[in-house]
Design a protein around this ligand. Structure first.
Ligand code: AMP
Length: 182
């Protein structure tokens, strides 16, 4: 199930572009204006619920930090558990971690080693607000699969399809981005 034309327009219109943030040349997709718009937020969450209720998922995993907002809300709607995938140093129990490249330097994300252990071969939906180069999402999918769970789909509100992040991630998991920016 994909978005209807009207749903897409409501969501698209609620996302604000901020030029040159956090640095020159970047157009930052600001989703705070989606979250504080009750109609857009509700259209978005209802669409995600309708799409994923048929997937027989076991968990939703959200990526630090905006993925937590959509992921935790969706998990509750679907009656599933939520797992945070966090920037290094934030999770208190034993973790596994994965490094990934940024434009300049590296970053690292981690997940609790037992996060998906209540269900054998758990089916996991990963969610974040946006995929750009795909470095973060690739590392997150690797982590989910390393725990013994399976990342069955990665969902993004926005996909920057002029970069090759989506195509790269498709070698690892199915990818669904609601709004594609060319
Ligand atoms: P990447 O690993 O390059 O796919 O970057 C994805 C992460 O960076 C996501 O968690 C996004 O929230 C954030 N991000 C990257 N580019 C943008 C952008 N143009 N607007 C908003 N967030 C972005």
């Amino acid at each position: 199930m994909t978005l209807s034309k009207i749903e897409r327009k409501i969501i698209e219109d609620s996302i604000r572009d901020i030029k040159d943030f956090p640095k020159p040349g970047i157009v930052f997709k600001d989703i705070t204006t989606l979250l504080n718009d009750k109609e857009a937020y509700s259209v978005l969450m209802n669409h995600l619920y309708q799409r994923y209720k048929e997937y027989n998922l076991d968990y939703i995993a959200g990526i630090d930090a905006r993925g937590f907002i959509f992921g935790a809300a969706l998990a509750q709607m679907l009656g599933l558990g939520f797992v945070p995938i966090r920037k290094k140093g934030k999770l208190p129990y034993t973790t596994i971690s994965e490094k990934y490249s940024l434009e300049y330097g590296v970053d690292e994300i981690e997940v609790h080693i037992d996060a998906f252990s209540k269900v054998k071969n758990a089916k996991v939906l990963m969610i974040d607000d946006l995929i750009a180069t795909g470095g973060t999402a690739n590392a997150a999918a690797t982590l989910i699969n390393q725990t013994g769970a399976e990342c069955v789909e990665a969902c993004f509100i926005i996909g920057l399809s002029f970069l090759d992040g989506i195509d790269n991630l498709k070698t690892k998991t199915d990818v669904y981005s609601l709004i594609e920016v060319n």
